[in-house]
Design a protein. Structure first.
Length: 105
């Protein structure tokens, strides 16, 4: 995971896996990103290949932490496979997902 600051927002890139094996390292980094920035916080999932319930839990927990900090968590670059998981679990109704530019036009 890596992060960068842009004018008024923050972007964090997640690697290829968001699962029980990676959440222990990822959770504190996401929480630190929420607490150290302002405005929208984008989590780039474009390289994500595998997510499990632990990974989903980290996204929901980070979403809640962001709300408490007056921020908004936005998922960016969500692969179709991950989008299906979000839809099946109905988390697409809780977590904000950025639509691709082609879908908006």
């Amino acid at each position: 995971m890596r992060g960068r600051m842009a004018a008024g927002c923050q972007e964090v890139h997640v690697g290829s896996r968001l699962d029980v094996g990676t959440v222990a390292e990822l959770r504190p980094r996401l929480h630190e990103a929420v607490e150290s920035g302002e405005g929208d916080m984008f989590v780039d999932l474009s390289g994500l290949e595998m997510i499990d319930s632990a990974g989903l839990g980290v996204l929901v927990g980070t979403h809640r932490r962001a709300l408490r900090a007056g921020r908004r968590l936005v998922l960016r670059g969500v692969p179709p496979r991950v989008m299906r998981v979000l839809a099946i679990t109905r988390l697409h109704r809780v977590l904000r997902v950025e639509l691709p530019v082609a879908a908006v036009a």
